[in-house]
Design a protein around this ligand. Structure first.
Ligand code: PDD
Length: 276
């Protein structure tokens, strides 16, 4: 596998991660997952903007300019021969003897790699099951940081229940999925949690909001309760990896008639038109 290390491409065998990399010891870093369709980076500008936002919020300075990163990622995709898949980009604060505070003169470490991964076509067509789980994460999940234990534990709960996703509940309110955003539709109106410190403002979420606006569907970016989830006609999750995926059952209870919803299907076909 080929790896982008700051601004050079090396092979995985030649990559060394230092014992005292702060990403490794403190989770002190940020990441992005960007879809590759037809060898191109999908929604790159939005991902780049979010990477810069995460870096700014954590006071990490990106080691390369965004335009340079983009060109390097295209080279990486070509070298890795990935046609449909994703690129993972990670930036840590750098390497220094272990101490909680920011070290002086610490140079950030950037790595990226590309992997082939098919679109989840069957899940998108048939829908998936979800479970609810407590949102035990910290209060700045708007930053795409490497600290994912709350997400990891929630996803594991879903996996053990043979479900695809865990829908996170904080103080009775639906925030988002363990690795996705959650949308709900009732009587033709669409609800999703507002983009604040309690959710990651997904790039797919932002795209879906644009599509909803284009087709004239009323959207309310307001929190809904766990109880309201079960009164919805349609629910779907969005992410770079899941795209737009219907949720047909939550905690063993059918949503709507237990089949993927009509509006969800319409959004999926509009999304399809954008990617190829
Ligand atoms: N995760 N919320 C959380 C907690 C996420 O981890 C993700 C994506 C999203 C959706 O964001 P986007 O549409 O930009 O992918 C929302 C990525 C894919 C991951 O960690 O693998």
């Amino acid at each position: 596998m080929d790896i982008l290390l700051n601004d050079s491409i090396i092979s995985r065998e030649d990559l060394t991660i230092d014992l005292e990399d702060r990403g490794y010891q403190f989770g002190d870093g940020i990441y992005e997952v960007v879809r590759i369709y037809e060898r191109q980076l999908f929604e790159w500008e939005a991902h780049a903007k979010r990477l810069e936002y995460s870096a700014k919020e954590l006071m990490i300075s990106l080691p390369v300019r965004i335009e340079e990163l983009y060109q390097n990622l295209l080279k990486l995709i070509k070298k890795s021969s990935v046609s449909v898949g994703y690129v993972y980009i990670q930036v840590t604060r750098g390497t220094a003897p272990r101490a909680h505070g920011f070290p002086e003169n610490c140079k950030p470490n950037l790595i990226a790699y590309a992997r082939e991964m098919a679109r989840p076509l069957m899940k998108m067509k048939n829908g998936v099951r979800a479970v609810t789980a407590d949102d035990i994460r910290w209060l700045r999940v708007d930053i795409k940081s490497l600290n994912l234990l709350g997400n990891v534990l929630a996803k594991q709960k879903a996996i053990e229940a043979k479900a695809e996703e865990a829908i996170l509940i904080r103080n009775g309110i639906v925030t988002e999925g363990s690795s996705s955003n959650v949308f709900a539709i009732r009587e033709g109106k669409c609800f999703t949690h507002p983009a604040n410190h309690y959710i990651l403002n997904g790039i797919t979420r932002q795209l879906v909001l644009r599509l909803l606006n284009e087709i004239g569907v009323a959207v309310e970016e307001i929190p809904i309760t766990k109880e309201e989830l079960f009164e919805m006609d349609e629910i779907f999750i969005t992410s770079t990896i899941h795209e737009i995926c219907p949720v047909i059952e939550i905690d063993g209870v059918k949503i709507g008639n237990g089949a993927p919803g009509v509006l969800t299907g319409k959004l999926q076909s509009l999304f399809d038109k954008l990617i190829f």
